[in-house]
Write a protein that binds this ligand. Structure first.
Ligand SMILES: Cc1cc2nc3c(=O)[nH]c(=O)nc-3n(C[C@H](O)[C@H](O)[C@H](O)COP(=O)(O)OP(=O)(O)OC[C@H]3O[C@@H](n4cnc5c(N)ncnc54)[C@H](O)[C@@H]3O)c2cc1C
Length: 380
């Protein structure tokens, strides 16, 4: 037997390499790592690749584990960046990637953590709640694509190597008028400016302008006209991810609040022993437990079967739970809630749950659209 055959046999007999836990990977990073560093570490440890099952669908348990581990670091902007890339941008890119070429290469770079990717749908020419009105245009020629327009409030835009851009290739609101284009962030004519906000700064959110950005035709992602369908199919995964992160974030803040209530004494007794405080806290705990149960019961339907009604139920539930729970926590922390990075700030940042990826009102509309089917399900 040659040396090489021996080595191959040893490899075959060896147990598969241990999967590194997300918490362990993140623990090895310095304090306050950037979103790009977190992404790179997770990618290098195989945690991003490991999120997707055989059919390319996100495995809800693994996504929950990753988001909970990132959330533990306490930088909500970084968690938002990881969430959008893992649950929205990468699945859309993967669905439209051919077997070779620049889109396939970008997919490999992003999955391995070597590069970051922003998903740019929200348009400067239209309300985010009216995506079909978007103004960014791609002209599809035989030799080149030309992109003009602008995007706003795009997570990771300021640091991403690639921008996945939703553009229209023909006028009109029909769902077949839209196409995804992969734009290297340093392409001539692309200009990115940081969003003027003190909230979620770790997400590197920015606005993007495209002025005659010229690219080879192999930068189209998926077939022309499939853009909106692909987006709608994968939007559910981002909504599930939002719900999983909401559970992680609210339970982290609840745990911190309980710890503070146990230490804080009023009239010689810990505040935690005050009946009214306990009941308010318990009501929050019940709401978060309900959201967690909803994630468990709907996760596979959303991630594996693109069940958009289930995704709308999940996102609506997030909108109904997160703000009231965080408001109670912030109030129960008293003045300390106003500390830098304290509960009041977390509450402000958590406003993104009811805005990003579809405002609460819009997803409640979708739930109402499916009322009969949902009621039938509840009654059988
Ligand atoms: C931190 C952050 C990160 C983001 N990241 C991304 C990203 O990575 N990629 C991306 O493409 N976009 C991103 N967005 C944009 C986000 O998707 C949009 O903000 C969202 O779709 C809402 O659009 P809008 O802000 O234009 O609000 P509008 O559509 O102008 O709505 C304003 C308000 O009007 C009300 N409203 C709207 N529609 C209805 C309705 N049908 N019924 C009742 N009331 C309604 C709601 O109260 C809503 O909040 C991000 C936004 C934020 C804040």
């Amino acid at each position: 037997m040659t040396d090489r055959q021996v080595q191959a046999n040893v490899r075959l007999l060896s147990p598969p390499p241990e999967r590194t836990e997300p918490v362990t990977v993140l623990d090895s990073l310095p304090d306050r790592p950037s979103a790009a560093l977190v992404w790179e570490a997770c990618g290098a440890a195989g945690l991003i690749e490991g999120l997707y099952g055989r059919a390319g669908h996100v495995v809800p348990g693994r996504l929950a584990e990753l988001l909970a581990a990132v959330d533990t670091r306490g930088d909500n902007g970084v968690t938002l960046s990881v969430l959008v890339q893992a649950a929205s941008a990468l699945p859309v890119l993967a669905a439209g990637a051919p077997d070779s070429g620049p889109v396939r290469a970008a997919l490999g770079h992003v999955r391995s953590g070597a590069a970051t990717l922003a998903l740019a749908a929200t348009d400067r020419a239209a309300a985010g709640s009216d995506l079909a009105d978007l103004g960014t245009e791609v002209t599809i020629g035989l030799d080149e694509l030309v992109l003009n327009g602008g995007k706003r409030w795009i997570t990771t835009a300021c640091t991403a190597r690639y921008l996945l851009v939703l553009a229209r290739h023909r006028p009109g609101r029909h769902f077949t008028s839209f196409t995804w284009v992969l734009v290297p962030a340093d392409a001539p004519g692309a200009r990115i400016t940081r969003a003027d906000t003190d909230l979620l700064t770790g997400a590197d959110t920015g606005h993007i302008e495209f002025r005659d950005v010229r690219l080879p035709p192999d930068h189209l992602v998926g077939r022309p006209g499939r853009g909106m369908v692909a987006f709608a199919q994968h939007m559910g995964t981002e909504r599930l991810a939002g719900a999983l992160w909401a559970v992680a974030l609210t339970s982290r803040v609840l745990a911190d609040t309980k710890e503070r209530l146990t230490r804080r004494h009023v009239d010689g007794r810990p505040l935690w022993h005050n009946a009214s405080v306990r009941q308010r806290f318990a009501a929050c705990l019940v709401q978060v437990a309900q959201l967690d149960a909803l994630c468990d019961s709907l996760g596979d339907r959303v991630a594996g079967h693109h069940d958009l009604a289930a995704a709308a139920v999940l996102k609506s539930a997030v909108g109904l739970v997160v703000d009231p729970v965080l408001a109670v926590c912030a109030q129960l922390q008293g003045a300390d809630g106003l500390l830098r990075d304290g509960a009041q700030r977390i509450r402000s940042e958590a406003a993104v749950f009811a805005i990003g990826g579809g405002v609460s009102e819009l997803v409640l509309d979708t739930v109402a659209d499916h009322a009969d089917a949902l009621l039938t399900e509840l009654r059988t």
